[in-house]
Structure formats: C-alpha cells, structure tokens
Design a protein around this ligand. Sequence first.
Ligand code: COA
Length: 208
Amino acid sequence: MTRRLGIFGAGGHGRSVASVARAAGWTDIVFFDPDWPVRTNNAAWPIAGTGEDITEAIAACDAVHVALGDNRKRLLLLDSLLSAGAEAPALIHPTAWVCPDCSIGRGTAIMAQSAVNIGTRIGRGVIVNTGALLDHDTEIADGGHLSPGSVLAGTVSVGECAWIAVGAHVLPGIKIGSDAVVGGGALVHREVPAGVTVVGVPAHSLDT
Ligand SMILES: CC(C)(COP(=O)(O)OP(=O)(O)OC[C@H]1O[C@@H](n2cnc3c(N)ncnc32)[C@H](O)[C@@H]1OP(=O)(O)O)[C@@H](O)C(=O)NCCC(=O)NCCS
C-alpha cells in the first residue's frame, strides 16, 4: 500500500525535501502550508491544507516532515507533531553517504551528495544540506542547519538551532554555540559563543 508523506512548509526548502523524499521512495507526497487555498501546489506536489490542525494533518498522512527554514520554528513544530504521535523518519537522499554507525534523529533531512562520517551524531529536525561534509565524530544538536557545501572537520560540535551557512568551513574540534550563525564562506578557527554571528576568513563576530 502507498504510504503518504506530509511536508509542513511549501517553500523552496520544502521542494528540496520533497525531491529527497521522492528519491528515497516516497511516491505520495502532499504539503501543508498557511498559504492554502491561495496556493494549491508546490512544483509537482499538491498542497492539501494549512496544517494548522496538526491532529487532522497527522491522521491524513503516514509520516510527516517539517521543512521550515527557521531553525527554532522547525524544531518547535516537529516537537509538537512528535508529541501528538506523528511518525517523522529521517529522510536521506540515496546519493548521500551516511556511515552506518552514525545516529540520525527523527525529522532530519540529509540531502544529495552530502557525507556523514564515522562516529557522527545528528539530532532531530536537522538539515544536512546538499553537498555538506561532516567528518568523523561531529555532533549536530537538534534543529541545526548545515547549508550546501559547508564543511565540518572532525569532532566539531554544533549547538541547538545553530546555522552553518553556504560554503563555510569549521576547523577540527571547534564548538559552535546554540543559535549561532556562521556566515557564508567563513573559516571558523575558534569557538563561536551561543547566539553570535561570525563572518569572514578567519571568522570574526559581526558585532566587532
Ligand atoms: C551571515 C549572514 C546571515 C548575515 O546576514 P545579515 O545579518 O543580514 O548581514 P548584512 O547583510 O546586513 O551584512 C552586515 C555586514 O556583514 C558583511 N557580511 C555579511 N555576510 C557576510 C559573509 N558571509 N562574509 C563576509 N562578510 C559578510 C556585509 O558585507 C556587511 O558589512 P558592512 O557592514 O561592512 O557593509 C549572511 O550574510 C550570510 O552569510 N548568509 C548566508 C546565506 C546562506 O548560506 N543561504 C543558504 C541557505 S540554504
């Protein structure tokens, strides 16, 4: 029997998630988005409702995924759905390399051509975006986002809901605090405190 996946958030990231799900074998995919019924589809996939009533949305699907770009909002909605009994498997693109001994939390998306190396632990509601590279023993807390082409050297840890933007590099063993932002193309060579945004090569705080 065909299983239906409901994706919350019909934006560009939602489309990317749907394409990962399709590649991973999901054939029946619908979206939920507050813009329904003004919008009724997202690329090839229908928008089935607003998703505001999560009990109703969960009942209409076999599994769900939250595809909101805002890390905190994504984690909050995922936790509400999980508390309400939803199934939210990690979605992993078939071209991603995920070492078998890694742990991947519920509701996490692992996109095409990314690599998750030995000993890595990834929490729930994380985005490992296209071509992101996570070397051995990295730790990504819940709600983190590793943007396309970002590179984490071994034993890096990324705090809850932190964002590593496109093409940034983080040197071995560095800790990135919760809700911190590492700007596109940055090279991080020392700890980034919680809530701080850093940019540049080498990375420095946007506030200094
Ligand atoms: C770090 C970032 C989030 C900061 O955004 P912001 O707070 O809106 O910052 P602003 O655009 O106002 O820029 C503030 C200053 O930082 C500089 N700056 C911003 N991003 C920078 C970056 N990645 N590298 C170097 N300098 C940067 C700007 O030039 C500006 O400098 P100025 O004050 O001397 O003119 C953003 O620039 C960034 O890197 N985004 C990445 C986007 C991305 O990866 N998207 C993919 C999603 S999957």
